[in-house]
Design a protein around this ligand. Structure first.
Ligand SMILES: N[C@@H](CCC(=O)N[C@@H](CS)C(=O)NCC(=O)O)C(=O)O
Length: 291
């Protein structure tokens, strides 16, 4: 399994941040601005100042009425009509990455969400939209693209809204390393689950904890919120309740940075709108991994 290059790791204690409340939720747009301003950097490592700053950043964000999933009985949407469309499944973690990115860029009115019922998939999806027959897929400029890690970069680079990728070369390099590690991370957890070797899952979460210590100018992987957080969030959202219930394995035990990261992620409204409830994740993963 890949390990991170920790040669220039710095250690700064993570501030304690109180649990999310309605007034402490924040939007990705505001997070980006906060962390881009160097005068705010010291605030990100100061205990109460950080929590105060988060409260101050809370702002109204778009709350979307989610459309019903289309199934084999549904008519297709108007394909290639010039309106960008993001095809997702509400339960798919890969699709969730693209969905979070769209929300974080404030593109709810620019990219139409088209949820698909994967268990009763409309035949037009494979025939007319995405031949791979998977989600996510993005229809934009008369083309359809897939692969979640490619899509989150594509959405970030080709649509308006705050940049979700850092400009600092050291951060960019680490971002690439972390994005390449997502598959190995997922595989390490699922393999150890099947073999009932939780020590190995623990090592993979240990890598995440170590990664979160690299840039101490904020609680996210690169300090400030970025595509890297978006790439990991859907999987950690699922593994956390599943491992706790089924293996009595608390992924945040002895991993304070991961605990803070989860709290901070859960305060981001654009991400919250894409979350499914923990019970549903646990049931889905039980069917997948405990058969
Ligand atoms: N590597 C793809 C994986 C996408 C994927 O496996 N999506 C699943 C749903 S979570 C899917 O569409 N499965 C349908 C199928 O395989 O037929 C990505 O990152 O986008």
């Amino acid at each position: 399994m890949a390990t991170f290059n920790l040669s220039h790791q710095r250690y700064i204690p993570i501030p304690h941040i109180t649990r999310s409340s309605n007034t402490e939720r924040h939007s990705c747009r505001n997070l980006g601005l906060f962390f881009k301003n160097p005068t705010n950097l010291h605030k990100s490592v100061g205990k109460s100042k950080f929590a105060v700053a988060l409260s101050a950043m809370a702002s109204g964000s778009v709350t979307e009425v989610l459309p019903p999933a289309l199934d084999s009985s549904s008519e297709p949407p108007a394909i290639f009509d010039g309106i960008p469309k993001l095809y997702i499944s509400y339960s798919c973690p890969y699709a969730q990455r693209a969905w979070i990115t769209r929300n974080c860029k404030g593109l709810q009115d620019k990219i139409k969400l088209v949820p698909i019922d994967l268990n009763n998939r409309p035949s037009w999806y494979k025939e007319k939209v995405y031949h791979e027959n998977k989600v996510p897929a993005l229809e934009h400029n008369n083309q359809v693209k897939g692969e979640s890690l490619d899509l989150i970069r594509y959405i970030d680079n080709n649509f308006e809204g705050p940049s979700l990728f850092p400009s600092d070369p050291a951060k960019r390099e680490f971002a690439e390393e972390l994005l390449s590690f997502t598959n190995s991370f997922h595989q390490a957890i699922t393999t150890s689950l099947k073999a009932d070797k939780m020590k190995e899952a623990g090592a993979a979460f240990g890598d995440i904890e170590t990664a979160l210590s690299k840039f101490p100018d904020g609680p996210f992987f690169l300090g400030q919120f970025s595509l890297v957080d978006i790439a990991y969030a859907p999987f950690i959202e699922r593994f956390q309740p599943f491992l706790l219930e089924v293996k009595n394995f608390d992924i945040t035990a002895s991993r304070p940075r991961l605990g803070v990261w989860i709290e901070e992620m859960n305060r981001i409204e654009a991400y919250r709108q894409t979350q499914r409830n923990a019970k549903e994740h646990v049931e889905n993963y039980k069917k997948r991994f405990l058969v």
